[in-house]
Design a protein around this ligand. Structure first.
Ligand code: 5GP
Ligand code: MN
Length: 323
């Protein structure tokens, strides 16, 4: 049913507005790039619209595409609105969420987060998919459009797969993920270049910041098999913090023998951004949702808290036994 709605929406509409969530990560950028490349293949007009500026290491993937950072005093015209890699308008941040809700055009969600909010007419949700780019691949398969995938699309699709699976190591990776990957490589995709562009672009201060966080700012709770790491605004400044510098750092905690949960707290001007990770039989999604205005997946969730880092850490510590 939904597939038929999607099929006719794609055929009817020729100016696509392609959006993704605030703080765009590899899957967010990979998804919008793949979908914009698909729009190009179909000779549609499109615009990629981000709630905020993507991290510098992701910007090279956007070269050759029409994209902009949302501004509340600008008008954006289109006849079909896509929500990629998020499942509620609130993930766009306040201003862009208001704009999104006000739009009267047909809205389509392509996403892999569980429990989507009812915020679009055409929701395509595959919570078992390892990334939103895998959802896109499923959709193209259902539309019998896999032959439309060119090298440009493949780059975006692979970027999402690689980053959301921790380079193909999380339980979300399936045989389907590898069949999809095989298809992308068969098109001539040089996957090592994508890996290098994402993971071999450290600045010295970025490496030092990560080393500092591990050496000085990791607090371990062996009884709870939990590690908590945090960085304050002052510490970030000391290491010339750039957006994306702490991406994936929380996963280090899970690599400690005997530990299966980690939390990373990043102090920002607006408040504290929290990242939760877990493995095995332990889940973080509900905890993030219940206590920190967040959500995500069972093993990888995020949240946000207004207030200082100190207050947020105290709140988190008081709740440790519920994690
Ligand atoms: P990360 O820790 O890498 O920022 O996010 C991990 C996962 O949680 C991602 O799937 C992301 O979409 C989700 N997530 C991160 N922050 C938030 C948030 O504030 N709200 C919700 N609902 N999900 C989030
Ligand atoms: Mn994703």
């Amino acid at each position: 049913m939904t597939q038929n709605l999607l099929r006719s929406a794609l055929e009817q509409h020729n100016k696509w507005l392609i959006t993704t969530h605030k703080g765009p990560d590899g899957d967010a950028v990979g998804s919008v790039v793949a979908w914009a490349a698909y729009a190009k293949q179909l000779s549609k007009d499109y615009l990629i619209l981000f709630p905020d500026q993507p991290a510098a290491y992701l910007c090279p993937f956007l070269e050759g595409y029409e994209w902009a950072v949302f501004s509340a005093d600008k008008a954006y015209s289109g006849d079909l609105l896509f929500a990629l890699d998020y499942n509620a308008a609130s993930r766009l941040g306040e201003q862009m969420a208001v704009w999104f809700e006000e739009q009267t055009l047909t809205k389509v969600m392509l996403d892999h987060h569980p429990n989507p909010a009812p915020f679009v007419q055409i929701p395509i949700s595959i919570p078992d998919a390892c990334s939103t780019t895998e959802v896109i691949y499923h959709v193209l398969e259902d539309l019998e459009q896999l032959d439309q995938i060119d090298l440009a699309m493949a780059k975006g699709l692979y970027l999402g797969l690689m980053t959301d699976t921790g380079s193909f190591r999380f339980p979300s990776v399936s045989a389907y993920t590898h069949r999809m990957t095989a298809h992308l490589l068969a098109l001539g995709l040089e996957q090592h270049l994508i890996h290098e562009a994402v993971y071999d672009v450290n600045s010295v201060t970025r490496l030092q910041l990560r080393g500092f966080a591990i050496a000085e700012k990791l607090k371990l709770y062996p009884m709870q098999r939990l590690g908590i790491m945090s960085l304050s605004k002052e510490e970030l400044k000391r290491f010339d913090y750039q957006k994306g510098d702490t991406e994936g750092l929380v996963n280090v905690i899970l690599s400690i023998e005997g530990y299966d949960a980690g939390v990373f707290l990043l102090e920002t001007e607006e408040g504290v951004k929290l990242s939760f990770r877990s493995k095995g039989g332990r889940f973080v999604y509900e905890f993030a949702q219940t206590h920190f205005n967040g959500g995500g997946h069972q093993y990888a969730a995020g949240g946000f808290e207004n207030g200082s880092l100190k207050e947020t850490l105290a709140k988190l510590e008081s709740l440790i036994d519920q994690l």
